[in-house]
Write a protein that binds this ligand. Structure first.
Ligand code: C2E
Ligand code: MN
Ligand code: MN
Length: 410
């Protein structure tokens, strides 16, 4: 299937001397053999390349291109399928914005392409080209994106008491995972994640219980989470718990029960955040609305969990603005490589800035993901990179530290 791929990248600063002309000359030969066509634009700092060819060939070629040390920060902007090529007769052509004016580059791209002025105005590929031609030299958001400059240093969490193994006489256990503000070296909150008495996942735990009892068990078990917070001595740190909205709607006196348990374990309602997933929130929104009001009235915080994983997205924010919004792992994983993910996260950031909603990025596993998100303006993070959930306690936290040496991964 005829595939068009567009990516942007940056010239590797330690690689100034190679000749672009001979690179493109070589590419033209190998592309002819592979039946790949396209163009390369360069402005002295950034590249934009359009590649056209069969799906398999483009896929393999892009993997190779991504590993090429002569450029870095390779971000895929578009991958699309179509009936015909735009650059049918062009093996690979270089347009150098250091030499030619934007207008002459635009005109000659059009001349080499199969598009007339009228079609080009509607064409996404051509719009990417236009934007690149007119943009500032430095791509936005990448100035402080230096994943090679950071290393992680493990540190014990500042909680006095540790509990070894399982706690007796409970129907389940909880694991705690910190949400951190790495640049401040601060723990933003601790999330309590339910575990079976065998240490099993939330899914396994809820599947194993009587399905009529799910909401009641979900609500009642939260007292263990508050008890755990008290036992390990969380002080004035915040604790986040997960709840199905129906656990607050279907169980009579649910909010009062939570309030009693919070106070009984020496916590303040302002220290507690309830996380509800985007999908659950939408499906039960009308019934959940009165529970939301009661929680707010009591001073308990609310967070939308797994934002962006479901079918509500930004439209949910027209109906309800939480204190906190957690961006789903699906959107942030490998964000440093994906133009669409970057665009979506930037819009979430802008929206939450205007609405004064605190943002957390979930499921951070790579330094590169953190660096991109941090330089885009996100301050709070949760993920295996910083800390894993620990049964009945808080594990080591890996804080990023700036170094002047290159980061060596093992
Ligand atoms: P969640 O609230 O989004 O919790 C985060 C989940 O992501 C946790 O899985 C955590 O272990 C995992 N996680 C954290 N960092 C990373 C990372 O860097 N990479 C990857 N791959 N995963 C990471 P867990 O503990 O299995 O929980 C799954 C879900 O179960 C939770 O997702 C939450 O929606 C639900 N859940 C947990 N506890 C409760 C509870 O008490 N009640 C209810 N109703 N649901 C709960
Ligand atoms: Mn959660
Ligand atoms: Mn989540």
């Amino acid at each position: 299937m005829l595939t068009t791929l567009i990516y942007r990248s940056q010239l590797n600063s330690s690689c100034k001397s190679f000749s672009l002309i001979s690179l493109v000359e070589k590419a033209r030969h190998s592309n002819a053999a592979l039946d790949v066509t396209g163009i390369l634009l360069f402005n002295g700092v950034d590249f934009l390349q359009i590649l056209e060819g069969s799906e398999e060939v483009i896929e393999t070629l892009f993997v190779k291109i991504s590993q090429d040390k002569r450029h870095d920060s390779v971000v895929e902007l578009m991958r699309d399928y179509g009936p015909r090529r735009r650059f049918e007769n062009v093996g690979m052509l270089l347009f150098d914005l250091r030499i030619d004016t934007p207008k002459s580059v635009r005109d000659s791209v059009l001349r080499y392409s199969k598009l007339d002025n009228y079609l080009a105005a509607e064409d996404r590929v051509f719009k990417f080209i236009q934007r690149f031609i007119h943009q500032q030299k430095k791509a936005p958001g990448v100035s402080s994106f230096r994943p090679d400059k950071w290393r992680l240093a493990p540190e014990h969490a500042p909680f006095g008491k540790t509990i070894n193994g399982l706690i007796d006489n409970q129907v389940c256990q909880f694991a705690l995972q910190p949400i951190v503000e790495p640049t401040e070296g601060k723990i933003s909150s601790l999330e309590a994640l339910i575990r079976g008495n065998d240490g099993g996942s939330p899914e396994r735990f809820f599947n194993a219980i009587d399905q009529d009892k799910v909401y009641e068990v979900d609500l009642l078990t939260k007292s263990y989470a508050f008890a755990l917070a008290e036992k390990i001595g969380i002080g004035d740190h915040k604790i986040a718990i997960n709840l199905l909205p129906m656990s607050l709607v279907n169980v009579p006196g649910a909010v009062d029960y939570l309030m009693d348990q919070i106070l009984f374990h020496g916590l303040q309602p302002e220290q507690v955040v309830i996380e509800v997933t985007e999908n659950e929130m939408i499906s039960g929104f009308n019934q959940f609305n009165s529970a939301i009001k009661q929680l707010r009235a009591a001073g308990i915080g609310l967070a939308i969990d797994d934002f962006g994983s479901g079918y509500a997205g930004l439209s949910l924010l027209t109906r309800f603005q939480p204190d906190k919004l957690k961006i789903d792992r699906e959107i942030v994983s490998n964000i440093h490589l994906s133009g669409p993910k970057q665009a979506i996260v930037k819009s979430i950031i802008s929206c939450c800035t205007d609405l004064e909603i605190a943002l957390v990025a979930e499921g951070i596993e790579k330094i590169e993901e953190w660096c991109w998100l941090e330089s885009a303006g996100i301050k709070r993070f949760q993920g295996f990179l910083f800390a894993r959930p620990k049964l009945n306690g808080v594990g080591e936290i890996h804080w990023p530290q700036y170094t002047n040496a290159a980061y060596l991964s093992d």
